[in-house]
Design a protein around this ligand. Structure first.
Ligand code: NAG
Ligand code: NAG
Ligand code: NAG
Ligand code: NAG
Ligand code: NAG
Ligand code: NAG
Ligand code: NAG
Ligand code: NAG
Ligand code: NAG
Ligand code: NAG
Ligand code: NAG
Ligand code: NAG
Length: 523
């Protein structure tokens, strides 16, 4: 009988070894959109040989203003950890606190859920860590709530449609007075305050305090003991504002030596792209080798420290913070060592960053003509906000082989940087086995960032205006028509670059022109 038992034991061991080579990442996205959820699943195709990604079904996460059922989400999460994740070779949670704790990004800006209730949910997550122990690694993102500068309530409480601009300005002057002590700013803030109904301002300030308190609690009470890393990103912001005041206080807390969390927390401008940075960090941690090294080159050095639209910090500072956020290590250009990743930044030369929707011009891109076959190339196309530089993307495709590099150029500077830097890291580790998937991901970027945002979206807006519709309204009356319109612009564009993939299922995730979704199948 002995040999049979030995035989069986051997088989069982082989199966166990076989099963345990795959790592698991349980991913809970910021919200349900193509730009926040699908983008992560699409980039993760580069690492599919080593990692399985589990993500909740659409039915249990948020849907625009309809919040997620957080009880079900916690139940689902616990099930995934105990049945699959914890038994695989490594188990990481990649979680947006907005989705899991608040019920979605938008709900974090709308809901009246009490601080105590939210804190209870946070403690449920801490309880999972206590239950499953060291093998469970938890990576969390959390957004410092945005303060958009315009009147529009699509993603905000109703009152933002009327008072959004005033609240933004009030917050801006209130904070600038706090920092610079210029009485004229205080005067301005007082005048603005009188124009906003008291109950509205009270609700706004209450919700900010609630969210701030939760982030404070997360850092102060739980980060050191229970979480691997935290990403705090500033959504739409400016040089001054209540969000910048919160950032300053949180930085103080993070740097408090007795907490010992400074090496675990990243804080920088961004939001929709943050899960990609976490994905990249998880891959780096999993490799257990030295952090990938990055060098950075700007097209125009004079303007590297200009402040991008929708952000409150200079471009070159955010580039460094994002390199750290994706698990990388920045090295100075003067250092002679060859970096793993070379970041080529197509920055802007004008006083303020222009919108991709405006008139575009071609530039001399030759400062970004890197002759290297030893570093992964990352093209960070931040010249415009809300879309790519059409001419730059052509310049890239004219001179390089598709998929041999990373490219991004979407909504904000932070969105673009987080996307292409994470892609660069994955390319460093998986470039040799995942070139096809990298070509697919790059095609997603060109089609979405360049052909849709910087081109077709403008044509569509122009059409809507011409037929007396408002491009900022929902496309509710004839979605199928708009989808076909966009699909017709995607197919020939994609085919000109490569015939390897087929564009299908073009859709408008939130029924508005602001963002698009689609699939790229194998041709
Ligand atoms: C939150 O409370 C405010 C003030 O009472 C109310 O106007 C608003 O509708 C509430 N929001 C939700 C999502 O219940
Ligand atoms: C936030 O925390 C402060 C200090 O503990 C407390 O005074 C305040 O009531 C809290 N606000 C909210 C909305 O939770
Ligand atoms: C501080 O945190 C780091 C990493 O989280 C840990 O290695 C180190 O032991 C901690 N130091 C102290 C004094 O607790
Ligand atoms: C880009 O930034 C660099 C500095 O990093 C600056 O010298 C250069 O002028 C900027 N280029 C453009 C086009 O703004
Ligand atoms: C950003 O650029 C400015 C101006 O060129 C420079 O003084 C500053 O040191 C740079 N900051 C970083 C973090 O590189
Ligand atoms: C150059 O970069 C490498 C890699 O990060 C580092 O080990 C080395 O110390 C750096 N050299 C100098 C002079 O800073
Ligand atoms: C760099 O930016 C400066 C400042 O706007 C501008 O004068 C210069 O022409 C730009 N250079 C290039 C190569 O774009
Ligand atoms: C890399 O580039 C160097 C210099 O251009 C060249 O000598 C070398 O053959 C290239 N290596 C590969 C693998 O292409
Ligand atoms: C790219 O190549 C096409 C075809 O040769 C040419 O018409 C176009 O001007 C080039 N664009 C850039 C930016 O180099
Ligand atoms: C791909 O590259 C990685 C890291 O450089 C290496 O460990 C791996 O063996 C390579 N795989 C193949 C199939 O070449
Ligand atoms: C909208 O009308 C303007 C002015 O007549 C015209 O230039 C533009 O091409 C039209 N847009 C579309 C998409 O038809
Ligand atoms: C978009 O429109 C479709 C069809 O009218 C509808 O089913 C869906 O709920 C809408 N989505 C949003 C986010 O409004």
């Amino acid at each position: 009988m002995h040999w049979i038992r030995l035989f069986l034991v051997t088989i069982i061991c082989l199966v166990a070894v076989e099963a345990s080579t795959q790592s698991t990442i349980v991913f809970i996205p910021l919200d349900e959109r193509f730009t926040t959820r699908s983008i992560v699943l699409n980039l993760a195709r580069l690492i599919q040989n080593d990692f399985d990604i589990l993500t909740p079904p659409m039915e249990i996460i948020s849907r625009w203003k309809q919040p997620a059922d957080t009880d079900r989400l916690f139940q689902w999460l616990h099930e995934q950890i105990s049945t699959t994740c914890i038994t695989s070779s490594s188990c990481a949670l990649l979680i947006s606190t907005e989705q899991l704790i608040y019920g979605g990004l938008i709900n974090s800006r709308l809901s009246n859920t009490s601080f105590d209730e939210l804190n209870l949910r946070l403690r449920t997550l801490v309880g999972f860590k206590q239950e499953f122990g060291v093998k469970l690694k938890i990576y969390l993102s959390s957004v410092i709530m945005r303060i958009p500068a315009y009147n529009e309530d699509f993603e905000e409480p109703d009152y933002w449609a009327t008072y959004g601009r005033l609240i933004y300005l009030w917050s801006f002057y209130t904070d600038r007075y706090l920092v610079l002590h210029n009485p004229a700013d205080e005067e301005q803030a007082k005048i603005l305050e009188k124009q906003i109904p008291q109950d509205i301002l009270r609700e706004f300030v209450w919700r900010r305090a609630r969210n701030y308190n939760l982030t404070y609690t997360l850092l102060n009470d739980y980060t050191q003991a229970y979480f691997e890393h935290i990403w705090l990103t500033l959504d739409d912001n400016a040089e001054y504002g209540l969000n910048k005041a919160e950032e300053r206080k949180l930085i103080q807390l993070i740097n408090n030596p007795s907490l010992n969390i400074s090496s675990k927390v990243n804080i920088y401008p961004g939001a929709d792209e943050v899960s990609l940075a976490i994905l990249s960090q998880i891959v780096v941690s999993n490799k257990q080798t030295a952090k990938p090294t990055f060098k950075v080159r700007y097209r125009n050095i004079t303007t590297q420290n200009y402040i991008p639209n929708y952000e409150g910090a200079p471009l070159n500072e955010s580039v460094l913070k994002q390199i750290t956020a994706v698990g990388g290590h920045y090295i100075e250009d003067a250092n002679e060592s060859i970096p793993d990743i070379l970041v080529l930044v197509n920055n802007w030369s004008t006083e303020t960053q222009q919108e991709a929707t405006g008139l575009q011009t071609c530039e001399d891109y030759s400062p970004l003509d890197a002759k290297t076959n030893q570093s992964v190339i990352v093209y960070a196309d931040v010249r415009y906000s809300n879309g790519g530089d059409r001419c730059f993307s052509q310049w890239i495709t004219n001179r390089t082989v598709l998929g041999a590099y990373a490219y991004a150029g979407w909504n904000t500077n932070g969105n673009t940087l987080g996307t292409c830097l994470s892609n660069g890291v994955l390319l460093k580790y998986y470039g040799n086995v995942s070139l096809k998937e990298n070509r697919r991901f790059t095609m997603y970027r060109f089609i979405e960032d360049v052909q849709y945002q910087a081109n077709l979206r403008q044509v569509l807006s122009s059409y809507l205006i011409n037929v007396s519709l408002d491009p900022s309204d929902k496309l509710n009356s004839d979605l199928a028509f708009y989808e076909t319109f966009t699909d017709k612009g995607f197919v020939p564009y994609a085919d000109r670059i490569t015939k390897e993939f087929q564009v299908t299922n073009v859709f408008y995730p939130w029924n508005r022109t602001f963002e698009i979704g689609f699939h790229l199948l194998d041709n």
